[in-house]
Design a protein around this ligand. Structure first.
Ligand code: FA5
Length: 332
């Protein structure tokens, strides 16, 4: 009888170890461990045996049942672990997966240009400052030596905002108001560039937009001369465009600079493009910002970023830069 019990236990152990799925395991658990199991049947027949036999057969039965339970428990642990692994693998998120580059997008040509320009000027020792796009009359015009009714206000056709006093709030027409904000808040020496978006009531054409970008430069220190301005423009031109490009200054007029100049860049093919204006900061502007022109002098420049980007990348019409055509944008 004991041999038979051992054989049944060995057979049950082998089957438990071979259970392939949790379903199989549950069926086996009922069959081998339940009340109707073969070993359970032996247990019920113990009463028929004499006391000595009952003790030895009872002990063998307990051992056998223990062995089967242990085999089932071990197999259950294996099946549970396998199920957990399968679930983890199915729910796994691959965070290292890279999207193909053409789907990732990139910075707009104008933003790239702005960041490159900032890098060039930061490399030359300038800091970067910013100001609001909605400006008041004081910063956009009056403090820049353009009092009310000054004819030079017509040089920049202005969008007015219906806010506050009539005509007092404008979409800034240039980045020069940021000069005023910097001088009002920071004591000299000042070496800053100020990039940003500007607005003019203009009809768009190949070289003009109604919403475009400028970068302003302002230096205020003791003993600053026109030579510093010319040297800075030239250093910048070479650093940004590389050899083969050069710059020239032409006499011009801006109310906020005196003397004033326009600066142009010459392309390697010999043609010229007007890029911006510049000059020595007008003493009236220094005074408007609480600085003594006897002690401080400075220069300022401001130029068009869109034109610069268009020129550097050979875009013949500025309106294309503002298009949302992905075939155009993807080239840069
Ligand atoms: C100004 O805006 C002055 N604030 C520049 C300045 C700053 C002069 C500091 C002196 C000292 P202007 O209106 O010329 O100047 O514009 C400067 C540059 O902006 C132009 O040379 C051109 O490159 C660009 N620009 C002007 N209008 C447009 C436009 N409609 N579309 C695209 N770029 C433009």
């Amino acid at each position: 009888m004991i041999d038979e019990i051992d054989r049944i236990a060995a057979d049950a152990t082998t089957r438990a170890e071979a259970a392939a799925t949790l379903e199989d395991w549950r069926a086996l658990d009922v069959e081998l461990n339940g009340k109707k199991s073969t070993l359970g049947g032996f247990k019920r027949r113990l009463g028929e045996l004499d006391p000595d036999e009952r003790r030895t057969v009872g002990a063998a039965l307990n051992r056998a049942q223990e062995q089967v339970r242990a085999a089932l428990a071990a197999r259950r642990a294996e099946l549970d672990a396998a199920a957990r692994h399968a679930q983890l693998a199915a729910e796994r998120l691959d965070l290292t997966e890279l999207r193909p580059p053409h789907q990732a997008g990139h910075l707009h040509l104008v933003t790239q240009t702005m960041e490159r320009l900032e890098d060039v000027f930061v490399g030359m020792g300038f800091t970067v400052a910013e100001g609001p796009e909605v400006e008041d009359d004081w910063h956009n015009f009056t403090a820049l030596n353009l009092p009310a009714h000054h004819p030079a206000r017509d040089m920049q056709d202005t969008f007015f905002v219906e806010l506050g006093e009539l005509g007092d709030v404008v979409m800034r027409t240039h980045t020069s108001p940021v000069q005023i904000r910097v001088m009002e808040t920071e004591p000299p020496p000042i070496y800053s560039v100020m990039p940003g978006r500007v607005y003019r009531q203009e009809t768009a054409d190949a070289t003009h937009l109604a919403v475009f970008h400028q970068i302003e430069g302002l230096v205020v220190d003791r003993g600053i001369t026109f030579a510093h301005l010319a040297g800075t423009i030239d250093t910048f031109t070479k650093a940004y465009f590389g050899e083969g490009f050069s710059s020239r200054l032409r006499p011009s007029y801006f109310p906020f600079t005196e003397p004033s100049a326009e600066f142009d860049i010459q392309r390697p093919d010999g043609s010229w493009l007007e890029l911006g204006g510049c000059g020595m900061v007008n003493p009236n502007v220094l005074r408007n910002c609480g600085l003594d022109p006897e002690e401080w002098s400075g220069f300022a420049f401001g130029f068009g970023l869109d034109r610069l980007a268009g020129m550097r990348h050979g875009v013949p019409d500025l309106r294309e830069i503002m298009s949302v055509d992905i075939r155009f944008l993807a080239q840069f």
